[in-house]
Design a protein around this ligand. Sequence first.
Ligand SMILES: Nc1ncnc2c1ncn2[C@@H]1O[C@H](COP(=O)(O)OP(=O)(O)OP(=O)(O)O)[C@@H](O)[C@H]1O
Length: 579
Amino acid sequence: MKLLKETLMHFKPYWKGLLIAFACSLVGGVFTIFPPVLTGKIVDGIVSDTSGRIIGWMIAGVMFSFLFKVVFESLQELLQVRIGLDVITDMQLRAFRRLHKTPMSFFTTTPRGDMLYRLTHDVESVQNLNNTVIPRFVQQLISAVAAFTAVISLYWPAAVIMVGVFAIYLYPSFKIGTKVRKMGAVQRDMSADMYSHLQESIESIRLVRTFQTQSKEIKTQEEKLTKWKNFSIRLALIGKVNWRLGNLFNIATPGVVMLVGGLSVWQDKITIGTLVATLSFIPIMFMPVRSLAENALIIQQAIPALQRIYEYFDLPQEHNDNLPGIGQIKGSIQMDDIWFKYPGTEHFVLKGVTLKMESGTHIGIVGTSGGGKSTLVQVLLGLFNPDKGSVHIDHKNLNEYNRNSFRQQVGVVSQETFLLNSTLRKNLLYGRPEASQAELDEACEAAGLTELITSLTEGYETIVGERGLKLSGGQRQRVALARAILRHPPVLIFDEATSSLDGETEERVQASLEELIPGRTTITIAHRLVTVRNADKIILLDKGVAAEEGTHEELLALRGQYYQLYMAQYSELEKESAV
Ligand SMILES: Nc1ncnc2c1ncn2[C@@H]1O[C@H](COP(=O)(O)OP(=O)(O)OP(=O)(O)O)[C@@H](O)[C@H]1O
């Protein structure tokens, strides 16, 4: 019921077009009546020796009726296909929009393949239903109603026989239909699961090759495929039973009508022509039922697909769209007693972390791997909601504002840089497409990219990413740096921003960063403690707890974990320089 309501809601904006389509269908339906009726009259005319001229006119009438029927039904079909495409576009966009508003936790718990499957294959299945099955079914249904009305007025016992046949056919057909629909939903989930595995396997091809796990990957896919195939065979068999059942009734009905009708002709109650016309109407009346059985596969795929798309309309939203923007921020940050665990996990990753920053100050976050450094930043950005605690920006509770308005004012350079499969220019301007060429050049210079760009024959227009020039880890990080610099954000976050750079480049980029930092609130996450030595404050996160806090000198003086880490790295550096 909800499915129907939701679907009707999507069609509502197009009601005018639908009305015209329906009117065309009605006219087409009326013209369906003429050929059988005229054929009956022609038969009667031949039997009773009517003049050839009149019979000729009647034959012309049959042909013109067909022609009008085709014209009006084509118009209806065209209109409905157009509306069907409009609706499917609306649905896909609505689901996609919602996906972009849903909390990050959804993306960390849902396989990407499943998301893609819904937005492509499921949408395609609904499109098949919308563009072929429904327009035809509407026509056939209207023609069937017109034919039924004609049969009542021509020879009502045939109409009674038809109703009786339908009544007998409907029950098993409904039962099989329900089973087919349920199985269709299972088949859909199986397909999505298979798609997810394929996607994951292809995406991790390097890992697969390195660890030589091809045969395991292929075996998993084979198992999934075999399960899917066997299930699909069962489903197809049940679908065919339904179709055959429809055929059986379609063949049996004219036989019964012929028997009863023949008796009426013999008793002079009706003419042979009337019986011929009535018999011609039977296939038209059966058409919608046959069509449903024939298209069972498309329907059975589309209904669960529709359900799966609709599930995305109800995804939770990260924040309410109506919340006000936070406005231009200065950059003071206060995170109070933050407790956080990832959805679906048991252990807290952050356990009562507090972080206070005046605008324009620089904080370094260091600590053991897995200590919660990156997680803290994600909570700050509002990508994940803390289980307890609050985040205030410029003394405003982030929960009461549209988070996007805050994120727009933050420049993030993280360990992983995503590159679009596009030109270097588009990649660099990703966060600020309107920046001038001079600003772009300046940002690239600051990020240490100028050398690379001048060495490329196509410069900024070089295609990078999946199907273009492959950038090294360090080059990617510099692209991310340039992106951040271009935004002139009041808040900067560097999460291992220079970790993939070689020593010399790191020094250069670090110097650019140092130039960028003054006046901006900056959080630097680093493994190498020298990177954060100049920070106003350093926090050492250990197993989700801020274990130590202070300036570099204060922390060294503490002789605690920071001191030990520093000494370990310091002696490493010494060893390196000694070699
Ligand atoms: N999406 C996730 N789902 C579940 N657990 C996660 C997720 N992301 C991170 N974790 C866990 O949270 C903990 C903290 O991870 P986080 O990435 O914040 O650590 P980190 O201090 O930044 O580590 P590193 O220095 O190695 O980057 C780790 O134990 C990690 O396994």
